[in-house]
Design a protein around this ligand. Sequence first.
Ligand code: FA5
Length: 342
Amino acid sequence: MAADLIARLLELKGQAPSIPFPGDERELDALRVKYLGKSGIIPLLSREMAGLPKEQKPEAGKLLQEVRAAVETIINNATHKLKVEKIQKDIDGEFFDITLPGAEPSFGARHPLTAVMDEIAGIFTGMGFQIEEGPEVESDYYNFEALNFPPDHPARDMQDTFHLPDVKRLLRTHTSPVQPRAMERYGPPLSVLAPGKVYRCDSDVTHSPVFHQVEGFTIDRKVTMGDLKGTLQTFIHRLYGPKTNVRLRPSFFPFVEPGAELDVSCIICGGKGCRVCKNTGWLEVLGAGMIHPNVLKSGNIDPDTWSGFAFGMGIERLAMLKYGVDDIRLFYENDMRFLRQF
Ligand code: FA5
């Protein structure tokens, strides 16, 4: 029995070089099943080896390994050869026109809101303003209280606030909280520009729940309304051209006194009257005023020595006017046909 097994292994080893090389997938599978399958020759012999006397096991084991290696070499070579043949066949069957133009990758561009924001920042840093940022998740204190909105004051309803479950925290409704933050941090004199995202429960063609504002303010000795008007006029002329007229209209914000809104002559019709300016010839672009003494006090600044002006504007509104865009939502849809125009 033992001698018989060794003889059979020797015979198999002798036959290995003449195993026919598989010509296709079917033959390859048949070979694999015949030698290596569960009931194939090699596993069967391997099981038989268990009954061999101990001293013959090494010789039988070595022979079995040699047969297995020979069969596996054939299977591996055939697998590789069939794979290469298949690739070659696919290539031969395919027509590839190398004279066709390649597919061009699409290039990105600056988003129009980023472009307007950068332009605004460039104009104000040119006038000596430093850029500051504040948190978007803000405390009730900086968003309202430090800005002279007393608790339960109806002016809080002017801005529809997203309150967070933690009652004292909210998504900032404007960039004005950067005013008391920067005052506390740097002290006067100070000129700051604070761009960033703000949030309000508000949504239609000219209002978005998330939008961008830029806050600006200057604090120094003897700052006046004249400084405010001159600064904003210079800014508007640089952004929309020197022919744009500006006017200040009285308005109310709890954190400024007096408060004003700035209108520009309609960019679309040049002031003659059109649909965009509702035939008034004017467009409101920002809120502004002289910083309220209570706000200076919140920022640890003495209102008897120092005074300041502040302004805040919506970037989307300025961008809509600059580029003649009539629906604010276009800025957020990321439609490449829209974005490519800028
Ligand atoms: C304010 O937010 C004040 N903090 C501005 C200010 C700063 C006044 C400093 C005085 C001194 P108001 O709520 O008006 O003001 O908003 C300012 C601008 O944000 C508006 O003129 C408008 O252009 C823009 N805006 C307001 N709500 C939205 C909205 N939902 N979507 C897009 N833009 C908006």
